[in-house]
Write a protein that binds this ligand. Structure first.
Ligand code: PMP
Length: 388
């Protein structure tokens, strides 16, 4: 029997064997010719995955929060106004981070499970001139998907920089930086990019770089300062040795492998596959009578699902039973309603078989908790959705 459980949380996720093999390869010097080639190649492929042909990619050792810092520290000067389109916990985090760099932060909020309307955001953009607007593409605390395309269109009308926290979206949810007018998109390696935790990834478009170059004050964060990283990244793309901070050599080898796999699948096919997994997951939950946190299906993410516990079932009872049945799921994260819901990740290499196994384990868990439902209905609904 395989001595492992299936990890179906919204990051870290399960990784491809070739990606893990790259991590286990002997570490080279960060200026070895083959590493320079791998890093340069990874940077080139980031532009393709982020769909931003004229963007500047950044790859820095750290987690997704560092990627948020790479945006905030370099774009904000004290006194700048920033608008946060808030759909949960990670919107709060972005607001706090921008405030730390001296931004005057306004949040546009919605009830938990909803996204602010375009009218609300348009009204906020008309009231003040903001330097930048952040949008969390998928807030991992709520599973709410934001309409980045329309929001970016609005911000552009007001000449506001658009920064997308795509930690739970990029390489899973459809995101087209250049076409949609997104100026910065950022993520972390451990989600749909499909590389173990440890890399902060960001692509800055031309308007964001111009705003950075027009700063009047120095960046208030030494490690995150683009001034330090730009010459290094340019050198790696030119296949020249260079150094500022030691790159995470093995993670970058692994990143290069994963980006190649992502591009081999093709971005459109990949977006469609994530949509299909999410539809199958939601079909299963519907058949089992479980509600979801996003209040409308247009707000439901494709990389993860956030079901509510049915009446009479708690996380403490359910999640260990699901784990015993072979699948690890995550509890709630939003501080106000943490106990009311759980989270299923289905991004990156996750496939239909993983999803069926997940729904099967969930059914075993629910049955163990005494929740009444038609046995097999969830698996059947997911299988039908996957086949359709
Ligand atoms: N933003 C979002 C939407 C996230 O889901 C996360 C992590 N769950 C972060 C930011 C922060 O990333 P990290 O935990 O890698 O610092």
């Amino acid at each position: 029997m395989k001595d492992r459980t299936l990890l179906m949380i919204p990051g870290p996720i399960e990784f491809e064997p070739a990606v893990l093999a790259a991590l286990g390869a002997p570490t080279t010097s960060h200026v070895a010719p083959d590493f320079i080639e791998a890093f340069g190649g990874a940077l080139e492929r980031m532009r393709e995955v982020f769909l931003c042909p004229d963007g500047q990619p950044f790859v820095v050792a750290g987690s997704g929060t560092l990627a948020m810092d790479l945006a905030g520290a370099n774009l904000v000067e004290p006194g700048d106004r920033a608008l946060v389109v808030n759909t949960g916990y990670f919107g709060d985090r972005f607001g706090a981070l921008l405030g730390r760099y001296g931004a005057d932060v306004t949040h546009v909020r919605a009830p938990i499970g909803a996204a602010p309307s375009l009218e609300q955001v348009a009204a906020a953009l008309s009231e003040n001139h903001y330097k930048l607007m952040t949008v969390t593409h998928v807030d991992t605390s709520t599973g709410v998907l934001a309409d980045v395309r329309s929001l970016a269109g609005l911000a552009r009308e007001h000449d506001v920089l658009v920064v997308v926290d795509g930690v739970c979206s990029i390489a899973g949810e459809e995101l087209r930086m250049t076409e949609w007018g997104v100026d910065v998109a950022l993520t972390a390696s451990q989600k749909a990019i499909s590389v173990p935790p440890g890399l902060a990834l960001l692509v800055a478009g031309p308007r964001a770089l111009a705003a950075f170059h027009n700063r009047t004050l120095p960046v208030l964060n030494y490690y995150a300062d683009w001034t330090n990283w730009l010459p290094i990244l340019e050198a790696y793309e030119d296949r020249r040795p260079s150094y500022f901070g030691t790159p995470a050599v093995n993670l970058i080898w692994a990143l290069r492998v994963s980006l190649e796999q992502i591009l081999a699948e093709g971005m459109d096919v990949r977006f469609a596959r994530h949509r299909s997994l999410s539809q199958a997951c939601r079909a299963a939950l519907g058949a089992l009578g479980l509600e979801q946190l996003p209040l409308e299906s247009r707000w439901a993410a494709n990389t993860m699902t956030a079901p509510r516990y049915p009446a009479g079932v708690t996380g403490a009872e359910l999640l260990p039973r699901v784990k015993a049945a072979g699948v690890i799921l995550a509890g709630g994260l939003h501080p106000e309603i943490k106990q009311e819901y759980f989270r299923i990740g289905h991004m990156g290499p996750a496939n239909g078989g993983d999803l069926l196994a997940t729904v099967g384990a969930l059914e075993i868990g629910l049955a163990g908790c005494g929740y009444p439902f038609e046995r097999g209905a969830g698996v059947a609904a997911a299988a039908r959705a996957l086949a359709g």
